[in-house]
Write a protein that binds this ligand. Sequence first.
Ligand code: IMP
Ligand code: MG
Length: 179
Amino acid sequence: MEADIKEVLISEEELKAKVKELGAQITKDYKGKDLLVLGILKGSVMFMSDLLREIKTPCYMDFMAVSSYGNSSESSGIVKIIKDLDFEVKGKHVLIVEDIIDSGVTLKYLMKYLAARNPESLEIASLLNKPERRKEDVHAKYLGYDVPDEFLVGYGLDYSERYRNLPYIGILKESVYKK
Ligand code: IMP
Ligand code: MG
């Protein structure tokens, strides 16, 4: 697995510090508010579980599963809801947690979908952002890092459902996906 990584882009230690910082900001902003933290499966799982432990105010935890990628490294542009959320959104402050914003297609769709259910507020926390690839206008209020246009894996991010368990964010060797 490690042999397929060209370079470690963000180390475990850096991720830990960044998540702590984001958690502190979220804690401050949502104190006293009815907060629903909504992770988007499966990529957000590591970020979500670390982030939740840095949020020091009561909150609900929920998940949605969507699919937009299939098994390739290029987005299909089609978003499909595989698992809807369990909680009622109305009246709650919803914070979507994503691993990465790439084209923005997934989050644009989700924002519209959730906004229609009348949340009290709706924001995005994304660990990573690839600004060069943006097709849709999507903005994360809480953002970890802007990253270059490379295929990244680890800390939840996958290539063909693998590499999610790497504890850091790495750049995948082109030889792995350009076969
Ligand atoms: P978007 O709809 O194009 O913004 O795609 C967002 C989704 O694509 C993310 O939630 C990831 O699952 C996936 N994705 C985008 N870039 C990468 C990457 O570099 N590595 C792994 N998954 C990625
Ligand atoms: Mg993915």
